[in-house]
Design a protein around this ligand. Structure first.
Ligand SMILES: C[S@@+](CC[C@H](N)C(=O)[O-])C[C@H]1O[C@@H](n2cnc3c(N)ncnc32)[C@H](O)[C@@H]1O
Length: 197
């Protein structure tokens, strides 16, 4: 049982239509889609709404999540797409197998000391020129801050702090977006886009 299994249905109910009211997220996802060729993995895909959005933008995409309940909901909502159970920490993929990775609000649950190994894994499976996009809760503190996430342990990162880690893993920055909270959100929201050179 993973932390998201118990809340999977509620999560899907609350967030599956989230992109409808998030023009800035849609803009970054559109940029990611335009820059990306080849297979794409949506890591920590939850109920699969972003996987489906990337497919609608023309990408050859599949979703992967640690939570069996999330994967069951994703398969039910999007029977035409591929979803797999698994962990982003150990991907069952050959080196350089992917053209792109989306990890939207999923690396937020990694303890900070484990993130370098996760980014090394992302770097391994991306082909040269491949893109990685992360979505996360942002803050100004230079160090990651643990906060009282409703489901399980989670961290806020400064965009610069997370970008430094990505650069240490070998990625080059393409761009970043930080927006103000809306609709009862508590924190700044950020996306960073990087490339494996
Ligand atoms: C906040 S939800 C984000 C879901 C979706 N990406 C979105 O933006 O709505 C975090 C998801 O990451 C998944 N997750 C957490 N740790 C993971 C891991 N090590 N590997 C794969 N998925 C993981 C959880 O099961 C959960 O579905």
């Amino acid at each position: 049982m993973t932390p998201y299994d118990e809340v999977a249905s509620l999560y899907a109910e609350l967030f599956s239509d989230m992109l409808d009211t998030r023009p800035l997220e849609r803009a970054m996802l559109a940029a990611f889609a335009e820059l990306t060729t080849g297979p794409v993995a949506d890591l920590g895909c939850g109920p699969g709404h972003l996987t489906a959005h990337l497919r609608s933008l023309g990408l050859d995409v599949f979703g992967l999540d640690l939570s069996p309940a999330m994967i069951a909901l994703a398969r039910e909502a999007h029977p035409d797409l591929r979803f797999e159970e698994g962990s982003m920490t150990a991907l069952d993929l050959e080196d350089e197998a992917l053209g792109g990775i989306l990890a939207f609000y999923s690396v937020i649950h990694m303890p900070p000391h484990e993130l370098p190994a996760v980014f090394a894994e992302f770097f391994r499976v991306l082909a040269p020129g491949g893109h990685l996009m992360l979505g996360f809760f942002a803050g100004d503190d230079p160090e990651p801050q643990e906060f009282d996430h409703k489901v399980t342990l989670a961290y806020r990162w400064s965009p610069s702090g997370l970008m430094d880690l990505l650069k240490q893993a070998g990625f080059a920055e393409v761009g970043r977006l930080v927006r103000e909270p809306v609709d009862g959100e508590r924190f700044l929201q950020a996306q960073v886009l990087v490339r494996k050179s």
